[in-house]
Structure formats: C-alpha cells, structure tokens
Design a protein around this ligand. Sequence first.
Ligand code: NAP
Length: 369
Amino acid sequence: MADSNTPIKPVHILFVGAGAVGCFYASRLHHPKQNIHTSLIARSNYAAIAASGVSLETHSFGNYTFEPYAVFPSISAALPNPTLSSTSPPSRSLPSDGWDYIIVTTKALPDRSDDAATVAPLVSAKSCIVLVQNGVGVEEPYRKRFPNNPIVSGVTVVSAEQIRNGVIRQNRWTRISLGPYGNGLGAPSNATDDKSADVVRRGHECMERLAQWWTKYGGIRDAETHTELELQTIRWHKLCINAAFNPTAVLSGGRGNADQLTDPELREHVLGVMDEIWKAAPKVLGKPFPKDLATPERIIRSTERNAGARPSMLLDWEAGRPMELEVILGNPVRIAKRAGVDMPKLQTLHALLKSMQKVREERKAKEKL
Ligand SMILES: NC(=O)c1ccc[n+]([C@@H]2O[C@H](COP(=O)([O-])OP(=O)(O)OC[C@H]3O[C@@H](n4cnc5c(N)ncnc54)[C@H](OP(=O)(O)O)[C@@H]3O)[C@@H](O)[C@H]2O)c1
C-alpha cells in the first residue's frame, strides 16, 4: 500500500554490477507496490538471473528470490528507451528520459576500465549516480565526467558473496552509509560555487530518498545519511581495515585478518599501516576522526574476535582476478600527497602488490602463446 514515502511517478533504479553487494542491496530496494522498480545489468551471471532471478540466502532476512524489474546483459541493452529490451515482458516500460538512479556496484578497478565512461550512455540529465564501492577517490572520475549530475557516495559494512551464478549469500551486517558528493571536501571549490552547491543539494535529496526506501521498505535499519565530509571520513576510516588487512593477507602468504594478528611482526605492521592512515586522513580532510569511530586498537580487538574472515583482496588474488589496488592503496597515497602528506607504508604495499599482479599476468599471457 502506498504511503507518504511512495513516489507518485514510478522510480527506475539500475544496478550496474550484479554481484554480491549489487544483488543484496537491489533486492532490498525493489518495491513495485511502492512504485520503486529495480533492474540489474549482469555479466557472467546474466543467464542464471534472466532464467530464475536472484536467490538470496541471508542472515538478516532469511531466504528469498528477487525478481528484478528487468535484467540486461550489457550496458547497451539498458539504454533508456520507451520500452525495455526483449529480456523483459512487453508491458514493462521505462520513461524515455532515462534512469532515475544508476547504482554502481562493480569492483572498483580504475587501472582496468574507466567505469565512468562505460556507464556514460546510461546517464541522462535526471540520473543520480550512486557509487557503492570500497576505497577512496572512486567518485573523482564520475564527478569529472558528469559535473551536473548528483552523485551519492556509499560505503557498506556487509559480508556477502556470490556462491554460484545468481545465488548470493549474505553472512552478516547490512550497514550502508551514504553521503552526497561534490568535490570530496564538502566545500564549494571555484567560481561555479552556486552550481556545485546545487548539485550537492540534489545529491542530498536523492540520498535521503534512497535511505528512506532502504530502511522503510527494505528493512535495512542501518541505512545512514551523512554530509559529504562525514562520508569521506567514513571512507578513510574503512581504509584502516581494508588497506591494512587486505594487502597483508596476500603478501603474508594467505593469512586471514585475525590470523595476521597472532604473529607479532605482522601485528606491528598492521598497526603501523592503520596508524599511518589515522594520521594522514585528518590532514587530507581538514578535521580529525570523530571520537565515535573505532581507533586502530579497537579495530584490532574486534578483528581478533572475528576468526576465519578472509579479505576480498585475498580471494581475488587466489582466484586470479584483479585486486582493488588503486582505490585501496594507490589513490590514498596520491590524494595524501596532494595534501602534502607521504604514506610510505601504503606506497610500499601498493608497489609490491602491483608488481606481483603484473608479473603473474605477464607470465599467464606468455603461457597462452
Ligand atoms: N562483498 C562484500 O561483502 C563487500 C563488503 C563491503 C564492500 N564491498 C565492496 O563492494 C564492491 C562490490 O563488491 P562485490 O563483492 O559485490 O563484488 P562482486 O561480487 O565481484 O560483484 C561485482 C559484479 O560486477 C560485475 N561487473 C563488473 N564490471 C561490469 C560491467 N562493465 N558490466 C556489468 N557488470 C560488471 C561483475 O561481473 P563478472 O562476474 O562478470 O565479473 C560482478 O558480477 C567492491 O568495491 C567491494 O570492495 C564488498
């Protein structure tokens, strides 16, 4: 039944990247009775999702099947037009002026593909672009390419995986933190101040609506909204976990987060990386981490209780997939340098892992010849 949060006109939301995070959050946002229609662009799992929808096995909401409004095999198949492609029942249509929200939930791999350019054909004047990805600096290419579109930046604390094509398991947590994105610092930057403030204001409105729908209709109680600067602070804070444990898991020969902490040398290294971020982020963002965010020591204590967790970078390395090295290591180093701060530990991790990845890929390419 419709209520005051129900859009009067149908809202069309497109997720680009139908993996663990994309399918989980899309399934909590699709509410046809409330006029909210969620579609997916899938890739390797397209056939499975087109045939039977997405099966979800969740800790938070039980098991269920999510039938998206439409599923597309490619970006070009999802271009705005009066009727959806042959993959959808003919009665299903979408406004010719395009997608209301484009939510990007791919792995952030700017060294492999320019995803802002990839999604560009989908973006119309009314589209709000939402980026739900790890790391920092993920928004910059989108802001450059789409100066007039609202952008919402999103950070999740969830543990989810695709266990086979079209089957997603959510192991724990649901938190999604959202913030509008202007220039990353929450302040107008140049002579076009009025225009950039307006883009951020529209981003703020889009973000509030999304969070309400996720909470009210999707049962995500911790869909939280923030200012631009607060959200960037959350991104840098999450790096304390991702930039410390993920690279160390790969370089230590495959040790999970809690296991790393049982080794005194690795423990000192992990704490050193966190400390580097703890000191650099306030200089980048212009203000200290707020007191309610966990300190490195608290992160260490809660990680020790979470035995068995293996970070995604390790899983990607073991599966021969590219790792999110630029957004978790390269971008923080570059962004900090712009603020006059060196991050030698992150720089070392970045250099070593980038080289390991390159050497392995070159070897594989030679083997194929
Ligand atoms: N999983 C978690 O628990 C978790 C928690 C917090 C944050 N995150 C972050 O959330 C982001 C998404 O992670 P994830 O775990 O959901 O990754 P994932 O399971 O690997 O999903 C990414 C999906 O994007 C698809 N994709 C990539 N490029 C595409 C393109 N050009 N067109 C269409 N589809 C494309 C991939 O398709 P293919 O399979 O064909 O490659 C894959 O299905 C990452 O930044 C990650 O670090 C994840």
